[in-house]
Design a protein around this ligand. Structure first.
Ligand code: 3NM
Length: 193
């Protein structure tokens, strides 16, 4: 998540989510209303520090410069971002995640250089403005069948009602934004997930 996903202080949202039991965090300051420049960096530092205090892995979305500046645990990139091979050379000891939205992208992906795939959008989402077409849980099963050893995290429109179906389809984890940031009670939402 980023500040644009929160109706209140993102630091508080992150703290509550960690207290409630999330196992990883990705800083994704992107889309309308997102911070940029020094403000993006400063919020990133604060969120990274909260994660460090609680031993929660901190990933950054897409931003190579901030990966180094914030000394993140990992970076997550999309198909049009910096190539994973170059990222691996630049950051040999960080986790690298790659988004995959269809079979064509999967087959063209540099899987040897990534640690996990973010697969989606599984369901329709209004959080990402340029989200591709929803692929459904069947695509998770297909990716897992083709690459059984590649960790897969489902993303896009996942909530407490449908998360189990994503896991049953073969995902190793689920990744959510609004299911936590828009939850009336984060404790309950994360506990239900
Ligand atoms: N990436 P929510 S879907 C950030 O398909 C993101 O790659 C997607 O937000 C992808 O949990 C998405 O609120 C939005 O649907 C996830």
């Amino acid at each position: 998540m980023g500040s644009q996903n929160c109706d209140r202080d993102p630091k508080q949202v992150l703290k509550e989510a960690i207290q409630a039991g999330i196992t990883a965090f990705q800083y994704r300051e992107k889309g309308s209303g997102a911070l940029s420049g020094i403000q993006k960096t400063l919020l990133g530092k604060e969120l990274r520090n909260i994660c460090r205090q609680h031993n929660i892995p901190f990933f950054i979305n897409d931003d190579v410069e901030l990966t180094a500046v914030l000394d993140t645990d990992g970076i997550h990139v999309g198909q049009d971002d910096k190539h994973a091979k170059e990222l691996r050379q630049q950051f040999p000891n960080k986790w690298i995640g790659l988004s995959v939205s269809n079979l064509e992208e999967l087959h063209a992906s540099p899987l040897d250089y990534v640690d996990y795939l973010g697969v989606g959008p599984i369901f329709a989402t209004s959080t990402k403005e340029d989200a591709k077409m929803a692929v459904g849980t069947g695509f998770i099963t297909e990716v897992k069948r083709l690459y059984p050893n590649m960790p897969i995290v489902g993303i896009g429109g996942i909530n407490t009602e449908n998360a189990a179906a994503v896991m049953e389809a073969g995902a190793d984890g689920v990744s959510v934004i609004s299911a936590v940031t828009k939850a009336p009670d984060i404790q309950t939402a994360v506990a239900n997930l």
